[in-house]
Design a protein around this ligand. Structure first.
Ligand code: ADP
Ligand code: MG
Ligand code: MG
Ligand code: MG
Length: 418
């Protein structure tokens, strides 16, 4: 049932609502009649408005009580707006440059106002056009290292960490979407699934019948459900990142919860790899995107290496949490011992990330929600050939994560399959 006081806003009612918020009114400037409001939501779930006034602009996001992609037949908890704005508030303490500032939250309307990212574009769109983003890898690695490290038990005292776990453990409906849509549906017959058919009918059946793969995916699902390593973004794909040539902003953390770090890192790397395999579908002549393909692989490598390096640096410089207590790793012997522990931790995280990369690549090919990288390829035979390569790497990342010595081995394998 819809809570009292909630109503979905439209262009007109939103302007009237914002006119009643003095700080927002000042930021926009002029009279509310002069503000330009446009609904720009292109996502699967929510309403998103851009409001432009004579002095400034803002972005407003409001949760709908159902899944926008499907309709009112699929109700969805409005509380996700609270989790989203709260995750943005926490993450912006650690990585302020990479998160649009939250300016206002309304608990009755399940709506929040934030800084507008401008002239940024959704990274997925840019990558379909073949645009290079030279500062992306370094900035997103910094975002990942800081948001994950500073919400982990290595940085936080146990009681503070548990407070974050408690605050986000109610985001169950959004977690359940991930549990079902990523880790379950693509591996069985399910009405919500679709794929390029009939071209991929055999590939979908092979995956449904792959016992080894289903065991590995179920282990990743269990880890997703039960590990509380750090506060995750929870939906970190290239559609949740807005970029310019020299700036990177992360939006849409409504799936935030405390889970395994490899899920954020892996979902991002998986989306880069999907873009890689989609590129031949966007070529006007064969080989046209070759240099771009190389840039994507180099970027995937830099995301992992940059993240790993920064995360370990933060751990070494700020051992302020209750895990790996400073007292046990003192002196030069202690520091050497900590380096051994860190290497083992990063290795496990790497294998988790490869598994989660693979599951993201499969769900976007065989499950409910597909991505524009592939969907924009009009010729179904060409699209299926890209998707088939994507599935081949995905399965190997999930089942054979342990066999990859490093990220360069992953990109080498992607290049070999392509
Ligand atoms: P959903 O949860 O429904 O996927 P998103 O948060 O991804 O919604 O936002 C949908 C779209 O709205 C984005 O793809 C982007 O184009 C636009 N958008 C969202 N937040 C901002 C922002 N802070 N500044 C500018 N545009 C934004
Ligand atoms: Mg989105
Ligand atoms: Mg989204
Ligand atoms: Mg979203």
């Amino acid at each position: 049932s819809i809570p009292e006081g909630y109503r979905a806003l439209d262009d007109r009612t939103l302007a009237a609502y914002l006119a009643g918020l003095p700080a927002i009114r000042r930021r926009l400037g002029g009279d509310p009649e002069s503000w330009r409001v446009s609904e720009v939501g292109d996502g699967n779930l929510n309403l998103v408005f851009i409001v432009e006034g004579p002095d400034g602009d803002i972005c407003v996001k409001q949760a709908l009580p159902y899944v926008r992609l499907v309709g009112e037949s699929w109700p969805l908890d409005l509380k996700r707006a609270w989790f989203e704005h709260q995750a943005a508030v926490i993450q912006s303490r650690h990585a302020p440059r990479q998160i649009p500032e939250v300016l206002h939250y309304d608990e009755k309307l399940y709506l929040f106002v934030m800084e507008r990212c401008h002239p940024h574009v959704i990274m997925r769109r840019g990558m379909i056009e073949g645009v290079v983003y030279p500062t992306f890898a370094e900035q997103i690695a910094e975002y990942l290292a800081k948001t994950l490290y500073f919400t982990s038990d290595m940085a936080l005292p146990a009681a503070e960490k548990k407070e974050i776990v408690a605050a986000f453990c109610g985001n169950t409906e959004l977690c359940k979407i991930t549990e079902d849509l990523i880790f379950t549906d693509p591996y069985m017959i399910c009405d919500r699934n679709r794929w390029t058919s009939p071209q991929l009918d055999d590939a979908a059946r092979t995956i449904r019948e792959d016992a080894e793969l289903k065991r590995a995916v179920s282990a990743l699902k269990l880890k997703f459900m039960s590990e509380t390593q750090a506060l995750l973004h929870g939906d970190l794909h290239t559609g949740s990142i807005m970029v310019t040539e020299d700036d990177t902003k992360v939006i849409d953390p409504e799936f935030a919860f405390v889970g395994p770090m490899g899920f954020d890192v892996g979902k991002l790397i998986g989306n880069l790899l999907m873009s890689f395999f989609s590129q031949r579908g966007h070529e006007c002549r064969p080989g046209e995107r070759e240099a771009y393909r190389r840039w994507i692989l180099a970027t995937a490598e830099q995301v992992w290496s940059g993240f790993e390096k920064r995360f370990v640096e933060l751990w070494t410089s700020y051992p302020t949490g209750d895990a790996y207590p400073r007292a046990l790793f003192d002196g030069s012997e202690g520091r050497a011992s900590l380096r051994i522990a860190q290497a083992a931790y990063m290795r496990r995280l790497f294998e988790d990330a490869l598994g989660y990369a693979g599951t993201s690549m499969i769900r976007r090919t065989l499950g409910l929600a597909h991505n524009a990288d592939m969907e924009r390829i009009a010729d179904p035979d060409l699209r299926a050939s890209c998707e088939r390569r994507n599935l081949e790497l995905a399965r190997d990342l999930i089942v054979n994560a342990r066999a990859y010595p490093d990220i360069a081995a992953v990109t080498a394998r992607a290049a070999a399959i392509e």
